[in-house]
Design a protein around this ligand. Sequence first.
Ligand code: HEM
Length: 336
Amino acid sequence: MAGRPGLPDSSGHAIDHVRGHHAHGVRVAGRTVCSANSRHGHQVVRFVCEPCGYAIRPARAANRLGPWSPWGRAVRLHREFSSLLFEEMSRRRATGIETRDDVLSMLLQARDESGAPLDDEALRDEMLTLLLAGHETTAASLSWVIYRLLANPEVAERARQETVEVTGTGPVRPEHVGRLRYLDAVLKETMRLDPVIPNAGRALQADVTLSGRELPAGVVVAPCIYLAHRRADSWPEPLRFNPERFMGGRADPYAFFPFGGGTRRCIGAAFAIYQMKIVLAEILSRVEFKPVEGYVARLERRSITFAPSQGLPVVVTRRLHRERIPPKIAPHPLLD
Ligand code: HEM
């Protein structure tokens, strides 16, 4: 059963957290990036994710055996994505884009230093990166937080108490997010131990000497986020899950970089944290859950990320504050 974050049932069925967060991430990414409604959002993101899933699995990528091979399917989906997007771009150019406030319209209006707009292929590639990077990462990170909360019930209880104190019995509002400090620390401690993207690559533009090793320009170096986050010299008792580490101010960006670093650091970092805190606060204040008996999480590759295996099945044991659940969200005027 696919659980929608925040609205699982309490019948004792296992809920697939990764799928639930993934579906939610798709909706958010689809809406913010191109105002896609749920149906179109899923279609667009399917076109984006499947090809990337194929492209990063070497066995599949190597399998370039014509149109019905996995690679052939990836190429077809990429083509479908491009034509869907190009159609939407022409429609917007024809009908005016000033009334829209999503990323697609912003990119359509963007101009470079010489005043030229992005060409269609460049714009398509930007959209592809945003749609993919914008949902898969948040979904996997949220699932790891749930995994850590299940393994540390006292942490879950403290985060739940904070959420209820800050938000009362109503829905989580934007002004609550900054006040959820412990939840913020829980999220960061999870991203320390379970970064969903394990490394960030850079091609050297000049020769560099790194730890006594000479590396010529052109070499690709990929600092390993996963290993840096587990170094005992930066993180005492590195394997212990301890959100307190993040309660005392900003972490050293050379020791903690789940969003990469420098000028190419993730542009969605602040948005991702904001979104994840809202989802977690809603879940914590609505339901209690427990792990499925016998489940042991393994790292599983999901498109560009590492997520808990088997979708992280959990069982909801109790529903809290039913009145928190907001009425069905009215359709966005720009969507349907
Ligand atoms: C928990 C959620 C997320 C994680 C862990 C994450 C992680 C990362 C990492 C590690 C990079 C590579 C940075 C580097 O090379 O230094 C990256 C790049 C990027 N991310 Fe995220 N990301 C998340 C959410 C998002 C969201 C929500 C968006 C968009 C709305 C987004 C858009 C991007 C883009 C466009 C890039 C490429 C930036 C560039 O090359 O200049 N990410 N992300």
